[in-house]
Each structure stands twice: as structure tokens, then as C-alpha cells.
Ligand binder design. Structure first.
Ligand SMILES: OC[C@H]1O[C@H](O[C@H]2O[C@H](CO)[C@@H](O)[C@H](O)[C@H]2O)[C@H](O)[C@@H](O)[C@@H]1O
Length: 641
């Protein structure tokens, strides 16, 4: 059974990623890519849908307040004499006493103290260019005795195709007397190499062993296309050293130094982990269907590259000194968007695929009963005019921060404006990808203005042909249209869409993108209106009221959702911009406190249940965390401290 979303830590190799629970269970892993079917889908179901837990078998006595599920498993243990591991327990789900990433890396260390001693499990996925042979995905788990003698159990249940397919698991004896365990089904094979004996029972592969102080026992899981020869056995210790070195070298390139270094670096590492190294595409999150509303239907697949999310990710990476990722993403963009900008999609697969048809996996019961579990994403076919602004802004920033000029990128930018010129007056689905009717969303028009504005600046600064006078007029037309139709003079606030009364937290971006100056009374009025109407009781920000004034949900979906973390960071930004720096800092620090113990954020925060909700970890939350930290550092927020 999956834990809370914040119980998970991320490991990954920049082609896929896994979520490891605090109890030592890997409950989510898609192989070989982020968007491949999961081999461990316990996160969205039960242990029956696949997991790999390594943890102590010598469990401590259950404290009175132990969660029920753990009580159940513990009760199956004999309490006197030599412990015997019961056939029915896959592995006791005991939360680690401590966990952390090893320094500035994506190598996870979890530690347990038991009555017989202490043990550490180190989990990581070596970046593929470091793996031996053909660069196949590997997950390595090293068990290390810290004190005493601790009995351990590894329980591995592979279920291919998101928990639906039980693979054929068999043992292959090697000439040197050792053996490997391989699971095969259809196109996939997954190889287990362990330094402890393993055996199969109940369609699960177990290893029971005792670890003494100073000993290390490694396990490795390697994926290989099933028609290819067996992958090489990994050298776990060499892979650990190389992985640590990789992350150290990557973090060293960061140019940021200042307050909040730790959350900024952890966010940058997380964004890097969400980058698909072979193509430069960036996933919005490595998961699907972690609910925005626990028990509800707001469950989406985020394992794709949204132009919006990727563009803002790039902006954060560029601002902190990471040029290579920006260059790679620009190349990805040019390939993905190649052809007619009339056919631009708002999102693509990580290699630029266009077909992202939405499906429901009806055999999965969903995270805490949140169904349907979806793969694919129907938003791919939507019209979202803001995307043009975000993409052009990222290209502009790349240009301004000295990324080598790309004629192809300039040409694309001009073509995108040519498209916008014809279509900016149309209603769209907007930044929130509503599934209700299209509307004239104010944020979409503001971002159309951004696209035109940045392109005019490009034309002013570089000798490139383009109808600059016509586009200056276009820029003025859009600005006037928004101010006339998207601003409610009576309430002194911009509104969610033309003619509407609702507010929308995306309006907080108006001063940040330079549409109006921060001291404009309409900007201040909008910030104050959002504070009045869109704050949760604990002071975080909703995207918009899900229940519109006409009683219908503007997003076309049943149910509710939590506070949207990106919007809450945007409010902190705006407060800093209008001089309310102390309030900005307080809100930012409250947001930092929502991160889990290893620094990760999901998409949303449920103020009622006091827990993270939505896909995890989410680029769209970590990007504004970085941006707000940078802004607060630049705003002089620390001079008075
Ligand atoms: O709210 C309904 C929509 O929710 C998802 O979209 C959200 O995630 C995207 C990726 O981070 C983000 O770009 C967008 O702004 C968010 O609203 C989902 O992907 C959509 O299919 C769904 O309609």
C-alpha cells in the first residue's frame, strides 16, 4: 500500500525515475523511459501491482500509535526467540529512522535502527552514459551494516504493463557458479543481480540475509529489451562513485550563491532529473495520476514535455548558469515544432512524439482510490495561447544570456508571431488546460502580448527581417484589448476571462512579465483581490475558484483541488515586487516548509488534509521556488536581518 505522497523520494538517471518510500519500497518505476509502462505500479494500486522493498526484518516493537497497516504486518511476526519471517509478509514496512540525499546528489540514503543494530540502504540510478555496455537503465541498492547484526529482507515483485502482466521469472546459472534472476514479458526483460541468495515464493523474489557492521551487500536491477543478449552485471560500487561524481560536477556549474542555497540546489537537481537526456525534452513530473483531489477524478499523466513547463524550467536553469540544458531543449523544440506552426501542440512526448492519446487503466485502483488512472493526456490537442509567450520568452532569455545565436530559432519565433497575429483574438483553453468551454482568458492574451513584445525586442536588437511596425501596432492592440475587456473597473482587478467576475492566480504574472509596472493601481488591486478571494485558510493560493459563480466548474471537472504551489510562489514574487518584502519572505518560507524532508514538492497542497497532492515531484513547483529565491535575494530582503 502506497504511503503519503511526501513519504517518497526521487531517484533517477535522466531517462526515467523511481519513487522510493520511506519504508524502503520502490513503488513507482517506468522502464526504460519516463513514459514507458511501469514495472512497479504499487503507487497507484497495491503491492500486487509491483514493488521492491528492502528493509530490516528485525522490526522494533510496535509503538501504540503505529499506523494500522504496519500493525497488521507486524502482528504476523513471532515476538520471541529467533525471528522467523512469515510467508505472508512480503517484507515488513517499517519507516526508516533517517533519510537524506547524499550531499548535492540524487543518491538516496535511508537508515533504520533496530534492536539488533543499524543499517543503511543506498539507492540510486547511474546516469546512463555511465552504465557499462549499452547504456541500459539500472537501479542499484546497496545495503550497509552500520552497527550490530541486522536481518534484512529484499522482496521484489515485478509486474509489467502498469501492474497488469506477471512476467516469467527464472534463474540463469552462470559458468562461475553464480546465477542471475530474469523476468521476461513481451518486449521487456528485467535482470536482478544480488550478492545475497534469492528464492521465489508467491510470485515474488525474496532474499533474506544478515548484515553486520562494515559489510555491504549490493542488488542491481537492469532493464534490457527482451530480444537482446543479457546485459552486463553492474559493478555497484564503481557505479556509486561515478554517479556521485556526476552530480558533484553538475552542481558545481551552478552560479547561484545566496540565501536558500539548499532548497535551490535541491530544486535544480530535481529539474535535471526530469530532463530526458537523449533529446533535451523535460517531463512535467515523473508520475501519472497522483490525484489533485484525493479520491477524485483529477488525475493526469505528466510524463510529457509541456512547452509551458519546459520553457519556464529552462528560464530557471539559464538564470542559475546552466546553458547546456537550454541549448539541448532549444534543439528539442526546433525538432518537435518543425514544420508549420499552425500545427504547434502545447505538449509533446519526450522525444517530440505528437500522439499522446488519453487512456484509462481500469485495472488499477488508483492512489488512495483516486480513479481513473490515466496515461496519455487529452490536453495535447488544446489551444493554449499562453504557450507562445512562454516559448518566445525562453528563446529570448537564451539569446540574452549569450546562448549562441540560432537562425532556425529566430525563424521559428517569427513564424510563431505570424500565427499569433491571426489567432490571438480566439478563445482558448488557457494555462490551466480547462476541460470546460473555451474562453477569452486574460492570462492567455497577456502572454500573447509577451510573445510579440519579446520578438519586437529581438528585431530591434539584431539585424533580422520582420514587419516590426506592424507588430508594434499588434502589441498595442493586444494591450488595449486586455485592459479594456479583462479589467473590472468597479472591483479594481483583472478577471479570469473577458466579461467574467472570477479571479485567476495566473494574473499574478502580469507585473512579472512586464505587461504593467508593479506600482500600477490595477496590478496592486489584482494582487489584493487575489489575497481576498483565492487564499486558503493557511495562506496559500488557489488557481481559481473551481465552483464558478454560476454554480458550474469553470474547468469542466467535478470535485475540488488544493492550493496550487506555483501560484503561491507567484504571490510571494508579486509581494516582493510591490515592496511588501517581509510578507513575501514569510510566505516563501511557509512554502519551503511544505517540502518533504528530502526537499521535494508535488503540484498542490491540500489545506484540509495538510498533505501534498498531485503529481510528484513537479517541475512547475520547483521552478517558481528557484525564481522566488532569486528574486528575494535580489530584493534586499536580507539586508535588514
Ligand atoms: O486542470 C486540468 C488539467 O490539469 C493538468 O494540467 C496541469 O498540468 C500541466 C503540467 O504541469 C500544466 O502545464 C497546466 O498548467 C496544469 O493545469 C492536465 O495535464 C490537463 O490534462 C488537465 O486538463
Amino acid at each position: 500500500m502506497a504511503g503519503r505522497i511526501e513519504d517518497y523520494a526521487l531517484i533517477g538517471d535522466m531517462q526515467t525515475a523511481a519513487l522510493v518510500s520511506r519504508d524502503g519500497a520502490v513503488d513507482w518505476l517506468c522502464l526504460p523511459r519516463f513514459d514507458s509502462p511501469a514495472v512497479f505500479a504499487g503507487l497507484l494500486g497495491t503491492d500486487e501491482h509491483g514493488f521492491w522493498r528492502i528493509g530490516p526484518a528485525d522490526v522494533p516493537p510496535a509503538p501504540a500509535a503505529f499506523p494500522q497497516v504496519l500493525q497488521h504486518e507486524l502482528s504476523e511476526f513471532e515476538s520471541s526467540g529467533e525471528l522467523r519471517i512469515p510467508a505472508t509478509a512480503h517484507a515488513p514496512a517499517v519507516p526508516a529512522d533517517r533519510r537524506r540525499y547524499r550531499g548535492d546528489s540524487l543518491i538516496l540514503e535511508q537508515e533504520w535502527d533496530t534492536e539488533r543494530g543499524s543499517v543503511r540502504v543506498t539507492d540510486f540510478m547511474p546516469p546512463r552514459h555511465l552504465t557499462e555496455g549499452s547504456g541500459v537503465p539500472q537501479m542499484i541498492r546497496i545495503v550497509e551494516g552500520l552497527s550490530g547484526r541486522v536481518r534484512m529482507r529484499s522482496a521484489l515483485r515485478m509486474r509489467f504493463s502498469y501492474g497488469r502482466v506477471v512476467p516469467w521469472v527464472h534463474r540463469i546459472d552462470e559458468p562461475d557458479g553464480s546465477y542471475r534472476t530474469v523476468a521476461v514479458a513481451g518486449p521487456d526483460s528485467v535482470w536482478l543481480d544480488g550478492e545475497a541468495e534469492s528464492y521465489g515464493r508467491n510470485l515474488t523474489t525474496y532474499s533474506d540475509f544478515t548484515i553486520r557492521k562494515g559489510e555491504r551487500v549490493a542488488f542491481a536491477l537492469t532493464w534490457q529489451a527482451s530480444h537482446l543478449r543479457a546485459p552486463d552485471r553492474p559493478d555497484a560500487e564503481a557505479a556509486l562513485a561515478a554517479t556521485e561524481e556526476f552530480w558533484r560536477g553538475w552542481v558545481e556549474q551552478c552560479t547561484f550563491s545566496g540565501h536558500y542555497r539548499e532548497p535551490v540546489i535541491r530544486s535544480l537537481i530535481t529539474l535535471k532529473a526530469l530532463t530526458y537526456a537523449p533529446t533535451g525534452g523535460i517531463v512535467a513530473a515523473p508520475t501519472t495520476s497522483l490525484p489533485e483531489d484525493i479520491g477524485g477524478v483529477r488525475n493526469w499523466d505528466y510524463r510529457y514535455t509541456w512547452l509551458r513547463d519546459a520553457a519556464i524550467t529552462l528560464s530557471s536553469l539559464l538564470r542559475t548558469g546552466y546553458r547546456e540544458e537550454a541549448r539541448a531543449w532549444r534543439e528539442w523544440l526546433l525538432r518537435a515544432v518543425a514544420g508549420d506552426p499552425e500545427n504547434l501542440q502545447i505538449m509533446y512526448g519526450i522525444a517530440g512524439e505528437r500522439e499522446l492519446g488519453e487512456m484509462e487503466l481500469d485495472w488499477l485502483p488508483g492512489y488512495e482510490g483516486s480513479t481513473p488512472v490515466r496515461t496519455g493526456n487529452g490536453a495535447a490537442d488544446q489551444l493554449q495561447l499562453d504557450v507562445y509567450g512562454e516559448v518566445v520568452e525562453a528563446l529570448h532569455l537564451a539569446h540574452m544570456t549569450g546562448l549562441a545565436r540560432s537562425d532556425h530559432a529566430h525563424l521559428l519565433q517569427l513564424k510563431l508571431i505570424g500565427y499569433l497575429e491571426k489567432h490571438w483574438t480566439e478563445p482558448d483553453e488557457g494555462i490551466w488546460e480547462v476541460r470546460g468551454p473555451r474562453r477569452h482568458f486574460v492570462h492567455s492574451k497577456v502572454m500573447a502580448w509577451v510573445a510579440v513584445d519579446r520578438t519586437i525586442k529581438l528585431l530591434e536588437g539584431t539585424p533580422t527581417d520582420g514587419p516590426i511596425e506592424r507588430w508594434r501596432k499588434l502589441r498595442d492592440d493586444i494591450h488595449r484589448d486586455v485592459c479594456d475587456k479583462g479589467y473590472d473597473t468597479e472591483r479594481n482587478t483583472f478577471t479570469q476571462y473577458y466579461g467574467g467576475k472570477e479571479l485567476d492566480a495566473s494574473l499574478l504574472l502580469i507585473p512579472q512579465v512586464g505587461f504593467l509596472p508593479p506600482d500600477d493601481k490595477r496590478v496592486i488591486g489584482t494582487i489584493e483581490a487575489i489575497q481576498r478571494e483565492l487564499l486558503t485558510e493557511d495562506g496559500f493560493v488557489l488557481r481559481y475558484p473551481t465552483h464558478g459563480q454560476d454554480g458550474r466548474n469553470v474547468d469542466g471537472l467535478p470535485g475540488d483541488e488544493g492550493a496550487f504551489l506555483a501560484c503561491s510562489f507567484w504571490l510571494a514574487d508579486d509581494l516582493a515586487m510591490i515592496g511588501r518584502v517581509g510578507e513575501a519572505r514569510d510566505l516563501f518560507e511557509k512554502l519551503l516548509a511544505l517540502r518533504n524532508d528530502v526537499g521535494l514538492l508535488a503540484e498542490e497542497w491540500d489545506p484540509r488534509r495538510k498533505r501534498q497532492v498531485g503529481n510528484f515531484p513537479q517541475a512547475f513547483s520547483h521552478v517558481p521556488l528557484i525564481d522566488t529565491a532569486l528574486r528575494l535575494n535580489a530584493s534586499g530582503a536580507y539586508q535588514e536581518r
